[in-house]
Design a protein around this ligand. Structure first.
Ligand SMILES: [Fe+2]
Ligand SMILES: [Fe+2]
Length: 216
């Protein structure tokens, strides 16, 4: 997103400079679009270089964010690490009191991002692969539960961080995520992995990592 914004502002800068530079040259038959003659090419080059730096920075950030997440190994290990990380954020939320509204908001944002990235990896890779392996029943049940994860986030955003029942809501939410993670880690994923070839396992791992990278 940062890259898109940067591209946009770079284009605006170069367009502005281009029309300004052209104003006195129209009588000599220069088209407003003759970029080569008025230094527009250099400006375009600078804009593209700026965009490239922005893109590189964004890649660096994603790489760092993704690496720092500590998630490595096979797809199921990556996902199990992410479950643990989400549960750890829940624990920090449960250790707050109603005066720590800023901390609660920050933790809720962090949790929302972590669960969003995680759900995306499962919904875009693992659950479709499960359906392909005739495990649609499990995939649909798990994906349905992701809907309730989003509902909890919606409710927490609605109620405000100083609400008297905030901790109760977070506790209830944590229990749902824990149960869901348990079903994935102890039942569905091991059963699925057992039937996979090494190539399939490597393929799913690479797709999960790729999806996680773009979500980071
Ligand atoms: Fe899930
Ligand atoms: Fe999961």
């Amino acid at each position: 997103m940062a890259t898109r914004t940067q591209n946009r502002s770079s284009n605006q800068r170069s367009n502005g400079a281009k029309s300004g530079g052209n104003s006195g040259q129209a009588s000599r038959g220069d088209s407003a679009f003759s970029w080569g003659k008025n230094g527009g090419g250099a400006l375009l080059g600078a804009a593209l270089a700026g965009a490239a730096i922005g893109l590189a920075a964004n890649f660096g950030r994603k790489f760092l964010t993704h690496s720092l997440s500590g998630a490595s190994g096979d797809w199921d290990e990556v996902l199990a690490t992410e479950h643990d990380m989400a549960l750890a954020i829940f624990d920090k939320m449960l250790a707050t009191d109603e005066t720590q509204t800023f901390k609660r908001s920050m933790l809720l944002m962090k949790l929302t991002h972590a669960l969003d990235k995680h759900a995306h990896e499962e919904e875009m890779v693992v659950y479709p692969a499960l359906r392909e392996a005739n495990e649609a029943h499990d995939a649909d049940a798990l994906e349905g539960e992701h809907g309730y994860v989003k509902t909890f986030i919606y409710e927490l955003n609605q109620m405000g961080t100083d609400a008297p029942n905030w901790l109760d809501k977070v506790r209830e939410f944590r229990a749902l995520v824990q149960k869901h993670a348990h079903m994935e880690e102890e039942e569905v994923f091991p059963r699925f992995k057992e039937r996979m070839s090494e190539e399939q396992n490597a393929r799913i791992t690479s797709l999960v990592n790729r999806d996680g990278f773009w979500q980071a």
